[in-house]
Ligand binder design. Sequence first.
Ligand code: ATR
Length: 282
Amino acid sequence: MVAKHINEQRYAVFGHPIKHSLSPRIHRHFAEQTGQKAMSYTAIDVPAETFKAAVTDFYNQGGKGLNCTVPLKELAYDFADDVSARAQRCGAVNTLMFKDDGSLYGDNTDGIGLIRDLTVNLNIPIQDRTVLILGAGGATRGILEMLLNETPKQVCIVNRTQSKAHDLAELFAGLGYVTASGYQELNQQSFDLIINATAASLHGDLPPLPNTLLADNGYCYDLAYALEPTPFVKWGIEHGADISVDGIGMLVEQAAEAFYIWRGVYPETRLLIESNLLKQKQ
Ligand code: ATR
């Protein structure tokens, strides 16, 4: 028998906490599907304080690329030597790649991941539609440019802390019609697509939403995901949404884009999303 030496190409997701990350499952599935036998992908718990040292260690041990999740995306942005234009708009990086010259390149695939899930997988129209985004944190900033590229009629950002919504609306004003609002001002308004980008779902909460907020034949999309429907997904179903789903499709699509950046091959995503594999307990 001839011994086969495989030169392992190491990838990982860094975050804190990271135990429940689905990224290893997704990337291993992509690697298998595309025949990338040398590729490995693990989840590594990295608190913010040790982020830079952990990236350097990973590179020294033969690391090729990383995903970064909460709370590391802004740190990854600062640490990268060079970032893509879309990462610059987000002020955050979720995908790092070690280049041959040892420099660190950062990109952000969250926005494109959301748009692919909305438009390709779910067939949800955005052009000339009104969109409401709940929340004005990093998650909202990460999707705004890509959303505005789809030329919606209006994107309204609503947030508990209104000043943060105003700041984001101002930052992205050059890319389309973006407005800002507080929750109490939402009465009498309705939107074709409502995207939940708050951290509320993670705590089993729901922002205060008027019953009339969703237009007829409207859509609800929660960037968060869980084994069970999130409170916002349930709200959408109860308020007559044509489609009300969580962000599992976006998670798979942002991973596919990262995989493409690293490996130059675009994996098939739809079967994985539809397979329910990711909704099973780990
Ligand atoms: P991320 O980077 O994931 O967006 P973040 O920056 O902490 O996380 O932002 C979380 C967002 O969820 C914020 O817009 C926050 O509102 P505030 O800016 O007013 O704090 C919002 N949020 C968190 N819990 C919420 C809740 N229970 N109801 C409404 N909004 C909530």
